[in-house]
Ligand binder design. Structure first.
Ligand code: NAD
Ligand code: MG
Length: 405
């Protein structure tokens, strides 16, 4: 395994074993992103129940320092050494220390003082620190779905061995987690993930070829980071979520389905063997699933927006159009094949989205290249983490070659 097992924290002033006021110490990985900022909102309104212990980002140093001054965490971690070098000696508040690099992040996340880890780094880059947290037996609020898409069986086995608890932050999986409490695992007939359909739900297939990054970045119901916003526009996000659900809930692909629900109020549904369907409803606001993952098994009052049933409202449902959004089909396929399929699909997509945002490839190329690499890659049914990472690198190279042609 390329990831070091959890070790001791980098040298520095001794870390207290628990924050003096008794709150749960939270490590926020990706604190400057969309989920990271919503997590800090949840922490602020928790009245001291959650305490920001560590904030980590790659290179958005300005915002990270602002957050450090506001939240006074014990640690800030910058994984990009060049970005960290810009931090002046006197720019951190008293009591906050800087650590640099991915290894330092692994160590600090695994430290005994950390009670909850919010895994909100975007993309495959989130696997490493999530792995460190799971290996250390932490309770992990998992937003970084890519971790399970790439290495679901390995991560779930690691959690079983270490005693870690993985709680979903993804709104669909949080809804499913809540709905599953209504029955026994053997009583589940189907799990249906809802999808907003994204900004191009009603666009013709032909017109999708000319979609611009600015159009793809305009999501109708959710405000999110750029990568997942493009994933929602291609509906690759739903593909990744099918694979995430496959491993998180240990559910065979045949029991998983997708239904388009443009209002993003019903966050997913579980159908039980008697035909009863249990859903979770709330306005689209990630602070609710983040808080649920942090406070589970309790529920707390919080900052998330509420449903208003005094106003007329409607909930629409329609099947996904797999001809216009072939990504969903790739999700079913990768969830059914398992092994290295998820890692290849994820890496191809991540690199293709980067290429699309840089103007190097067309919108519809994203799913085309993912389909090709999923089909062509040397599939392995039970890969090691090294093999997963090797195929991740292979898929990225193939996308770069495609973009250069
Ligand atoms: P974002 O782009 O807004 O933020 C990404 C964060 O990750 C930033 O803080 C960035 O500094 C950090 N980061 C990136 N690479 C890093 C690295 N190598 N080391 C350390 N930090 C790094 O992304 P987001 O929308 O907040 O999404 C984060 C994750 O949550 C993704 O996996 C996404 O799929 C998932 N998710 C997001 C939403 C949402 O509403 N935004 C919903 C469900 C799931
Ligand atoms: Mg989601």
């Amino acid at each position: 395994m390329p990831f070091r097992p959890s070790g001791s924290a980098p040298a520095g002033p001794p870390t207290p074993t628990r924050p003096p006021w008794g709150g749960l110490a939270v490590a926020v990985l990706g604190s400057t992103g969309s989920i990271g900022k919503s997590t800090l909102d949840v922490i602020t309104s928790s009245g001291g129940r959650f305490v920001p212990h560590l904030l980590a980002a790659r290179r958005s140093v300005g915002l990270l320092l602002e957050q450090a001054r506001e939240f006074r965490p014990r640690w800030v971690v910058v994984t990009d050494p060049a970005a960290a070098a810009k931090i002046g000696a006197d720019s951190l508040p008293p009591g906050t220390q800087l650590a640099v690099g991915e290894e330092a992040l692994d160590d600090l996340v695994a430290a005994p003082v950390v009670d909850r880890v919010v895994s909100a780094i975007v993309g495959a880059a989130g696997l490493r620190s999530t792995w460190a947290a799971v290996a250390a037996g932490k309770t992990v609020a998992l937003a970084n779905k890519e971790t399970l898409v790439m290495a679901g069986p390995l991560v779930m086995r690691l959690a079983a061995d270490s005693g870690a608890t993985i709680l979903p932050v993804d709104s669909e999986h949080s809804a499913i987690h809540q709905a599953l409490c209504s029955g026994q695992p053997a009583e589940v007939a189907r799990i249906l993930l809802t999808a907003s359909g994204g900004p191009f739900r009603t666009r013709s297939r032909e017109s999708l070829a000319t979609v611009t990054p600015a159009e793809a970045l305009r999501h109708p119901t959710w405000s999110m980071g750029p990568k997942i916003t493009v994933d929602s526009a291609t509906m690759m996000n739903k593909a990744l979520e099918l694979i995430e659900a496959r491993w998180l809930f240990d559910t065979p692909a045949e029991k998983l389905g997708v239904v388009v629900h443009p209002q993003s109020i019903v966050h997913s549904l579980v159908e039980f063997v008697d035909g009863s369907v249990i859903a979770q409803l709330s306005p689209p606001d990630m602070r609710l699933p983040i808080q649920y993952a942090l406070s589970y098994p309790e529920r707390l009052p919080g900052p998330a927006r509420r449903m208003d049933f005094t106003q007329a409202a409607r909930l629409d449902f329609e099947p996904p159009d797999l001809a216009r959004f072939p990504a969903v089909r790739l999700g079913y396929e990768a969830a059914a094949r398992g092994g290295t399929a998820g890692a290849v699909l994820n890496a191809a997509n991540e690199e293709a989205v980067r290429g699309f945002l840089d103007g190097a490839i067309a919108f519809t190329d994203i799913t085309d290249i993912c389909a090709r690499l999923l089909e062509e890659h040397p599939h392995q049914a039970e890969p090691t983490l090294d093999e997963v990472l090797r195929l991740d690198a292979w898929a990225r190279q193939e996308v770069v070659k495609w973009a250069m042609v």
